[in-house]
Design a protein around this ligand. Sequence first.
Ligand code: NCD
Ligand code: ZN
Length: 356
Amino acid sequence: MLKLPGLIDPHVHVREPGQTYKEDWDTVTQSALAGGVTTILAMPNTQPPIFDEATLNLALDAAKQKARCDYGQFLGAGPDNAVKVSALANKAAGLKMYLDSTFGELRLDDMTLWMPHFINFPKSAPIVLHSESRTMAAGILFAAIYDRPVHIAHVSLKEEILLIKAAKEKGIKVTCEVCPHHLFLTKDLTGFGNLSGLTPGRKEVRPRLATQEDVDALWQNMDVINCFATDHAPHTLKEKDSENPPPGFPGLETLLPLLLTAVDDGRLTIDDLIQKSVINPRKIFHLPEQSETWIEVDEDSKYEIKAENQFTRCGWTPFEGWQVKGRVRRVVLRGQVAFDDGKVLAEKGYGRNIRA
Ligand code: NCD
Ligand code: ZN
């Protein structure tokens, strides 16, 4: 049995308020615990989006009642809320800026709309950017000009990871995260597992799945990657298989088994895993230590990933049928057994706000 610290997932779409038929604070935190994740940071592209005090309270009230693991909530950068959200910074996980194609209404196209956020949001807290390719380069330039930290969400391309590497070498305050689906899947689905169930709508995700060359570049630059993040973005199967499929994959319950399988294959070290799933996200997002918190993993347990065994409400996974090695047996959160042998034991409301 391998004992690890509770994992931190800095990028989760909870869907509450507004779209609880996809997921809510209860099911998403059950999914987290089943995946060995004891802290989630929730994205603001809900309905309504989290962009002021009233909407922040909507999310935090629901979380307080329903969350079974610890959590923080991001604020969303809108066209005219820079002063308002900066005043709420100490209650939130950070500020999320959507600079590229995404699901929801929070996109900021015009760079003049970025400036007030870079000027006003406290420098002690990172701004997280959804930015791809050249937009990401612009975001890094903003970090340099305004001399403040930015965290690049879901890096997926070779050009992105190479530019982040170069920016870090120049001392620009940039950190980044990578999602398992961008490490294990390619756009041609020439990945490593059984992809027979991945129909066109189910393949939709932002950033899109990339080429084998991009995937290889991420693995080759593992030392540039600060965090693993799931970008857990649940949409129902009905939506994914519809005419107009929304982008997004669930990921909380497949994160650790996929990474442990990579450890078993010699492609990743356990130290890397702990660094990028616990130590670095804690440092970047200034998260408190969780006392008496750990997960117990059966490293030798081999099994097949199946959506029917998952706690997420969305009912599917892009990794259906994959053979993995490494199973979460037990999660202890602040001294209480929160997950044991396939059952979530933490009660609704046991989770704590990391900023409370
Ligand atoms: C996310 C979602 O569904 O909320 N989808 C996705 O493909 N990652 C939105 C996002 O992070 O852009
Ligand atoms: Zn996301």
